[in-house]
Design a protein around this ligand. Structure first.
Ligand SMILES: *Cc1c(COP(=O)(O)O)cnc(C)c1O
Length: 388
């Protein structure tokens, strides 16, 4: 089924920050499966973990314990300070679980409150409930009717939340950086104010860290930059380094699912948990996150210089979740195409908005690869931004 327009190359092989298509053409991959391949393509620790676990035990089902799931739950809760973990197969499914957990909490502790305040332009996934929670334009009518109970506030506007709080409200849910909206940051003082508002009204704070979690911003979690703590956090994308896994984490007092309330056949699958453990071990390695921050600074420096030449405003994002505005409203898709098809090696970037390119390279991209990427983007963007 045609659910998106894909360019013609068929990719057959990947290694680190590089991809090859069936014709043998090479690409510098700055998309990495949508911020998924934390350690790049065919990362040895992930490959080894998958091979070892596949030969040992892949799947026993959610009704039984398996060792990688126990170890991963323990690592994640230890790293983020939340108490319990539920594994899923995707980010949307983790958010779906967060919504259910909040609604159950509302039934038990808030007199049946079920509304979750979410935000304009937010993205939480493509199940019916997570599409309804999302503020992506058009999602409100596509596949109508929506799942009710997701009034929309505006990011970085506390008053827009306050007017929506009522006896029906149980939670506020947001991304520390709105990724799909084009890398739009929730300001640290705004996140701190949202945390206070939630505390004052007894509401749960749900952070969707599907895109910002697991080192993407140069810290373990996107919310660390603001110093706040969520009650519930969701993960996906980069957690499995290419293996499909998400996670729902919550503090003890919120974990009100009773046996039978929540589950899924593949949840906590030993194979994908083993891959995620390899990713977590790598990101926890000495100096890894410092190196992510250094590469982030290198990208930002290069892209800022380009932005000044274009007169298009500051680079967005943190760590290795970055976006660059182009001065012409239709330039991003053309720049992405030119980069993909350029002479020599191609470069893959994401035209996240008509005028904005997003970069989400592997967290272990090298200094040389970064320099090459900046040079290629500068060249292509100057042409795309200028030509008619
Ligand atoms: C990608 C994304 C999702 C959805 O994750 P899937 O694995 O595609 O279901 C949810 N929230 C955010 C912030 C995302 O970036």
């Amino acid at each position: 089924m045609t659910v998106t327009h894909r360019p013609s190359p068929v990719f057959t092989r990947g290694r680190g920050s590089w991809l090859w298509d069936g014709e043998g053409r090479r690409y510098l991959d700055l998309v990495q499966g949508w911020a998924v391949n934390t350690l790049g393509h065919a990362a040895p620790p992930v490959v080894e973990a998958l091979a070892r676990q596949a030969a040992e035990l892949m799947h026993v089902g959610p009704g039984f314990h398996n060792a990688p799931a126990i170890a991963l739950a323990s690592r994640l809760t230890g790293l983020c300070g939340l108490d319990r973990c539920f594994f899923t197969n995707s980010g949307a499914e983790a958010n779906e679980g967060a919504i259910k957990l909040a609604r159950k909490f509302g039934q038990l502790h808030r007199g049946g409150a079920y509304e979750i305040i979410t935000f304009a332009d937010s993205f939480h996934g493509r199940t019916l409930a997570t599409m309804s929670a999302s503020g992506k334009p058009g999602f409100d009518t596509l596949f109508a009717p929506q799942v009710p109970g997701f009034p929309k506030a505006r990011l970085n506007d506390l008053a827009s939340i306050e007017v929506l709080v009522s006896s029906r409200t149980v939670a506020v849910m947001l991304e520390p950086i709105q990724g799909e909206a084009g890398v739009v940051e929730a300001r640290p003082d705004f996140l701190q104010a949202v945390r206070r508002l939630c505390d004052d009204h007894g509401l749960l704070l749900i952070l969707d860290e599907v895109q910002t979690g697991v080192g993407r911003t140069g810290q373990w979690w996107g919310h660390e930059a603001s110093g706040i703590r969520p009650d519930i956090m969701t993960l996906g994308k980069g957690l499995g380094g290419g293996a499909p896994i998400g996670a729902l984490l919550a503090r003890e007092g919120v974990c009100c699912f009773a046996p039978g309330d929540q589950g899924g056949t593949f949840n906590g699958n030993a194979l994908v948990c083993a891959a995620a453990l390899a990713v977590i071990d790598a990101v926890a390695g000495a100096g890894f996150l410092a190196e992510v921050r250094a590469r982030g600074a290198q990208w930002r420096d290069g892209l800022d210089r380009l932005g000044r030449r274009l007169g298009s405003g500051p680079v967005r994002g943190r760590g290795l979740l970055l976006a660059l505005d182009l001065p012409r409203t239709d330039a991003a898709a053309r720049a992405a195409e030119a980069l993909r098809e350029r002479g020599g090696t191609g470069v893959l970037v994401n035209a996240v908005r008509p005028h904005r390119l997003r970069l989400m390279p592997a967290l272990n991209i090298s200094q040389e690869e970064t320099a090459l990427g900046i040079e290629a983007i500068t060249e292509a963007v100057m042409v795309a931004a200028g030509g008619g």
